[in-house]
Every structure is written in C-alpha cells, then in structure tokens.
Design a protein around this ligand. Structure first.
Ligand code: ADP
Length: 233
C-alpha cells in the first residue's frame, strides 16, 4: 500500500507565538519504493516523520496508508491510528536494543508484546535475521555486534509486524559512508522485495545509492527532485 501525506502541516507553540515545523507537505511514497528525505538540521525532518508515524497529530492535513486515514488533527483519527500503527515499522537513529537480549530475542519480544507466542514468532524472526544477513549472529547480545549489525537487527525488528510502511530516521548517522550505504541498500532492497513504502531521513547524500526518490525539506517545505537527474544529451 502507498503512503500518502496530504497537505501535512505541524505548528508548535513557540513562546508567545508559533513555529511552523512542517508546512503544507504533500507527497506519496508508492509501495515497494524508498524515498529519501533530506534537509539541514531544523528543517522539520523528525517532525514530519513523527506525523507520518502517527506519533504526533498534524495541525492540519492527513496521513493515509492506502485508503485508510492513519493520522489527522486532534483525536478524530486516534482509533484508526492505533489500528494502523501496527502496520508501520519504525527504525530510530540509535538501534535501541535491549542489552540483555540476543538478536533473535529482540525480534521475538516485539511479537510477544503484540500478543503472539515467542515460539510461533521464532520462525519469522529467523527468516528476517537471515534477510538482513545476520543468520549467524542470532544468539549474540548487542554488545557482541558491530554498529552496522545492531542497526540491521533494528531493521529486522521493524519488519516483524509485516508493515506496509517503514519509517527510518537517519540510520546511518553513527556509521561510516560505506557501512551507511550498505544499510540504505539493505532497506531499499527489503522495501522492493516486500512491497513496503519506505521514507528514510538522511543528512548524507553519499549513502543514498539507488533510492527511488530524493526530496529536500527546507524550513518545513518540500522541494522535490527526481532520484536520477535526467541527462540532457
Ligand atoms: P530536523 O529533524 O530536520 O532537524 P525538527 O523536526 O527536529 O528538524 O525541527 C523542526 C523545527 O521545529 C525546528 O525549528 C525545531 O526547533 C522545532 N521543534 C522541534 N520539536 C519541537 C517541539 N517539540 N516544540 C517546539 N519546537 C520544536
């Protein structure tokens, strides 16, 4: 299913006035594709991701997954957002793994928190760890994994609920360019294979490789540009 941002605006109270962090952003991320969201610090990238994730209601505008409204102003869509949140996978800047759990257990825990039995989730957890190239590391604790491997665990964990939408916040900020590019390649490939609409925040264009689209946010406003610039013969 596609992710649709329709005229999304987010205004924060700011002292006596207001600050418009996201300003009338409209964009569709088609299923199976990855859109990179670029922009300087303070441009509104995290704010937009929080609205797309349903963590913050927009001041105006809507977020839809397919035909379902998953976020809208006020409480109108709260029930819908809760139902749909299960179908949105999130990857944060830091992998946020639990120190005492193995890679496999990190994934099983998310299924258990959704009410599934760990034993029934194990097969899916193994399949996802293999999909991110960590089949041999499933018994390792976070401290026994590299930074890139920890980020791969976080990506696999985000896919445990078979999400339609994946939102990724600067997954490469703690990695060098080569490792960062490998993580972006992994996310792009998984999105394509699994038909997931993926929005990926980045400040590092060098890691973006073959993402399907790049859009730039400046002062909360979107200035779109195609992923591959057209060569003029
Ligand atoms: P980015 O992720 O691109 O660095 P942010 O979304 O974090 O940008 O911030 C966009 C703007 O909104 C900035 O001016 C920031 O100071 C402001 N801002 C972010 N969060 C809040 C908040 N909770 N309350 C008030 N202003 C905020």
């Amino acid at each position: 299913m596609d992710l649709h941002l329709d005229h999304v605006t987010l205004v924060y109270p700011d002292g006596a006035g207001t600050l418009t962090a996201v300003d009338d952003v409209s964009r569709t991320v088609p299923a199976g594709t990855t859109t990179a969201l670029l922009g300087p610090s303070g441009a509104g990238k995290s704010s937009l991701l929080a609205v797309a994730a349903g963590l913050t209601p927009p001041t105006s505008g809507t977020v839809r997954v397919g035909d379902a409204v998953v976020n809208a102003p006020g409480t109108r869509a709260r029930g819908a957002a809760r139902a749909r949140l299960a179908h949105v996978g999130l990857v944060f800047q830091q992998p946020q793994l639990l120190g005492s759990l193995t890679a496999l257990e990190q994934l099983e825990l998310t299924a258990v928190l959704r009410g599934e039995r760990a034993s029934s989730a194990r097969g899916r957890a193994r399949e996802l760890l293999a999909a991110v190239g960590l089949e041999r590391e499933e018994r390792r604790l976070p401290a026994q994994l590299s930074g890139g491997q920890r980020q791969r665990v976080a990506i696999a964990r985000a896919l445990m609920g078979a999400p339609d939408v994946l939102l990724v916040d600067e997954p490469t900020s703690a990695l060098d360019t080569a490792r960062g590019a490998a993580v972006v390649r992994l996310v792009t490939g998984l999105a394509r294979e699994r038909g997931i609409a993926t929005l990926l925040v980045s400040h590092d264009e060098d890691t973006l490789g073959d993402v399907d689209a790049r859009v730039h946010l400046v002062d909360g406003r979107l200035a779109g540009s195609p992923a591959a610039p057209q060569l003029v013969p």
